[in-house]
Design a protein. Sequence first.
Length: 505
Amino acid sequence: MTTPDYLQQLVISNRKSVAMPGATGGTSPTMRAIIWAGLDYLTAMVAGLIAFRIRLSVATNEYDPLNGGAAHLVGLSHMMTVMYLLLFGFYLVFFSRVYGLYRIDQKSGLHEQRMTLQATLTAGLLFCGTLYVFRGYALSRAIVTLTVLFTLILQMIRRVVWRKLQERRYLEGLETRNVLIVGDGRVGHALRNHLEALRHMGFRFKGFIALSRTKDEAGQAGAVINSDVVGDIENCVAIARSMFVDEIYFSTPADKRIVVAVVEEARALGIDVRVVPDLYDGLAWNARVEYVGQFPTIPLHRREFPKSAFLVKRSLDVAVSGVGLLLMSPFLVVIALLVKMGSKGPVFYRAQRVGRKGRTFNCYKFRTMVVNADKLREDMAHLNEREGVLFKISNDPRVTKIGARLRKYSLDELPQLFNVLKGDMSLVGPRPPMAKEVEQYDLAHLRRLDVLPGMTGLWQVEARQDPSFDSYISLDTAYVENWNLLLDLRILARTVGVVVHGTGS
């Protein structure tokens, strides 16, 4: 199966960008940092305008015609005040970056608020120093004080609200990070207990990895026996891949060559690797210690996850699905009535599907088959026209008359806009498989479950009628490995043509 031309160009361009010598992409600000910096700057401007408005209203009430009206109480002209506020916003962004508020490291809410306080007050002090040096004495001290105070309050409120929303998603099992711990001794169990106490931070313990097939740290004094060991170090990364693990933690000393091998293999699969400090002499020199809650770790490898790009993708999903459901609601009601009148049974078909990282969810469609279609599938397995785990029959007798028309133009999948709005699916992504299909996947096939499943995808627009399972997997894997927003937009544009021409079945 050949890769589409435009996808090949994306692959080549991505490889070139990675291979360029002297690239400084690792030190350049990420899109997430730019967004947060923009929000900080906007917060400073809003705080300054509120302070200016308050001071102006007070000055109006204290109008004194003998001293030039209220102008002497406000200070500088509006234009000069705005110029100084722009400078304060720059100071705020600069010190927020210095204090690490734009990094994606996991840190406690208290630490984040403390750094916010330090960054804002430092920016405020430098702002006052600038006014002194440039003799900006005319700017009201009340405006300066209120600007710094309101900026601090708005910053803290915004960060608390964002953290609470994120923690709620973590507690619901969304966007969590699965963790394997190498070593089931005292340090390993302490780390496990610590992670399980921080469920609101998104960590999910998946098991221990033993350093050998026969024993691990169980022979050490105080070690815990009968731990949740899921494998040994030889198949550590394979187990991590099968369990959708995001991070591997080394909590016990191991041969340096073993650690390097695990890091190299994990890097190829996009799995992060960390060690507890002071275990590997020299291996983590010059690496920054990062705290997971109160537990110090050193990252040996971290995948550069395009979080900001996925935030834009999610925003697009919410906007399109919300507007689509609103505009098409009369049309959806008409389809629902046709389905109800066409055959006995419910209007919607609800089925368990496997989503990102193996998480199951209810996928919604308009019912296009008879009520007992799932039971009849076993009796019709010999008629299957697809390869591997896929199942498709031309002129399927289970399909109703109205269902055939809906499937031809993919109208039966419109209720999946609810799944997109909920966050179970995306507009573009691999097709959501059934649990029975996933059980037959090879380890490499699980790569397609690293992202949210989609209503449409590369396979749907390139090879929807291709019976080959290898083609199905290769296209989905190519999409996951080379994803970007432009690719999504191209797939969405091509989906319109596919739907209009009625190539569904």
